[in-house]
Design a binder for this molecule. Structure first.
Ligand code: ADP
Ligand code: 5GP
Length: 197
């Protein structure tokens, strides 16, 4: 059996990563999602996207080498648990990690075969409107996220693919296409081909 692929998805807060991925998982329930450990507070109505833990718990996991990467973002820690990612890849499943640009850079160094996708909003103005409409942050927090967005977009060249999230259905199709064509790369099918022929 061929190994699974690691897919990194990044993009400014409010660019639509969650919305796109939720639609993608409806179409492809076989694709796994890496649930990050985070020390920030749960937003109202936020489901099981994260393991919400204390800073002490986070630091302990880090000490025990249980995280593939981590980053501090606006005063909170966010990290990717190592074992679920390794297990999914070994089991032949694709797994998506939704992480920031610093985390993406760290993972690409450790696992250069990972593919990376950056989600862009149609414009900064629309990003601001979407964050406001989402209504999960205060105006000050939105300002911080917009500043952070500019810093992240400045590092977009480190990504393999860029998807504009204008029409949601188009953006979902674009991400789907990238993941499916990656599966068809020769090196990702080499083991299966050698076994069969
Ligand atoms: P992220 O996960 O990147 O922080 P979200 O998925 O929470 O972003 O999206 C931010 C807001 O924008 C949400 O309220 C979402 O419903 C809305 N949104 C996402 N994609 C689109 C789109 N293509 N068109 C209009 N609104 C969108
Ligand atoms: P939010 O607070 O909006 O959910 O996430 C803030 C930022 O942290 C986003 O850019 C998101 O992609 C990133 N993030 C979420 N989980 C992780 C993680 O495990 N590692 C890293 N490095 N960033 C993460």
């Amino acid at each position: 059996m061929s190994k699974g692929n690691l897919i990194i998805v990044s993009g400014p807060s409010g660019s639509g990563k969650d919305t796109i991925l939720n639609e993608l998982f409806k179409l492809h329930p076989d694709i796994e999602f890496s649930i990050s450990n985070v020390t920030r507070k749960r937003r109202e109505g936020e489901g099981d996207k994260y393991h919400f833990i204390t800073k002490e718990e986070f630091l302990r996991l880090l000490d025990d080498d249980m995280m593939l990467e981590y980053n501090e973002y606006l005063g909170n820690f966010y990290g990717t648990p190592r074992l679920p990612v390794e297990k999914a890849i070994e089991a032949g499943h694709d797994i998506i990690v939704e992480i920031d640009v610093n985390g993406a850079e760290k993972i690409k160094k450790k696992m250069p075969q990972a593919i990376s996708i950056f989600i862009l909003p149609p414009s900064m103005e629309i990003l601001q409107n979407r964050l406001k409409r989402r209504g999960t942050e205060t105006d000050d927090q939105i300002d911080d996220r917009l500043t952070q967005a500019k810093n992240e977009i400045a590092r977009i060249s480190q990504y393999d693919y860029v998807v504009f999230n204008d029409e949601l259905s188009d953006a979902v199709k674009d991400v789907e296409m990238i993941i499916l064509s990656n599966r068809m790369k020769y090196k990702n099918q080499q083991q299966t081909i050698e076994r069969k022929f």
